[in-house]
Every structure is written in structure tokens, then in C-alpha cells.
Ligand binder design. Structure first.
Ligand code: SF4
Length: 112
């Protein structure tokens, strides 16, 4: 328990990187425009084991979502029926909502 807590503290301070998935999502609110919970769950289940070191953000709207999505390795900011894909701080493209999970996972697979 104490060793694990120690690793958690080091990881939070950015001094140690574990192989745990870092999947960030917003808590959702009235602005949320995509089926966020379902998308997050599908990505969580299908994320390849060798990509669990990446920071991924899945955010519900284009108002506050892009800020967080730009800060991580790869992220989505949801809009009405679509999501903007961000990679390493850059907006890459717009993806229809029904393709979001597949295309996000395809992009993640290509990342080192
Ligand atoms: S990112 Fe958008 S949808 Fe998510 S909690 Fe923030 S304002 Fe609401």
C-alpha cells in the first residue's frame, strides 16, 4: 500500500511515468454535445495496451473542450454531431460523432 502510494505521488509530480492509462474526460454539463460517457467507455475498453502511457482527453463541447484537448497528447472536443481532433496541441480535423471512437483509436495506434 505504502509503495503504491509513493508511486502515485511521484506520478502526480511528473517524476515517474507508469503504464497506467491517463484518460481525462470532462464531468459533462448542459453544454455537452456528444454522447460523452459512451465514447469514453468505448475508448477505455479498446485502448491498445502499448498506448496506455498517452494522455488522452475527451471533452464534451467546443467552448471549454479545446483548452484541455490541446494540453494532452491527443484529445477530442465535441460539437453538435461531430468532434474536433487535437494532436499535440494542434487541431487536426473534424470527425462525425459516429466515427469519433474509431478514428480516435486509429490515431492513437499511430502514435509512438
Ligand atoms: S468541457 Fe464543455 S461540456 Fe464538458 S464540462 Fe466543460 S463546459 Fe461542460
Amino acid at each position: 500500500m505504502e509503495v503504491k502510494a509513493g508511486y502515485d505521488i511521484l506520478e502526480a509530480l511528473g517524476l515517474y511515468k507508469s503504464n497506467r492509462m491517463e484518460l481525462i474526460s470532462c464531468p459533462t454539463c448542459g453544454r455537452c454535445e456528444i454522447d460523452l460517457v459512451n465514447i469514453v467507455e468505448q475508448v477505455r475498453q479498446r485502448l491498445p495496451n502499448d498506448k496506455k502511457h498517452l494522455q488522452i482527453a475527451i471533452m464534451g463541447c467546443v467552448v471549454n473542450g479545446p483548452g484541455e484537448a490541446r494540453e494532452v497528447d491527443i484529445g477530442i472536443a465535441g460539437g453538435k454531431g461531430f468532434g474536433f481532433l487535437f494532436k499535440k496541441g494542434e487541431k487536426v480535423r473534424k470527425i462525425p460523432e459516429d466515427r469519433l471512437v474509431d478514428e480516435l483509436l486509429e490515431e492513437i495506434t499511430k502514435m509512438p
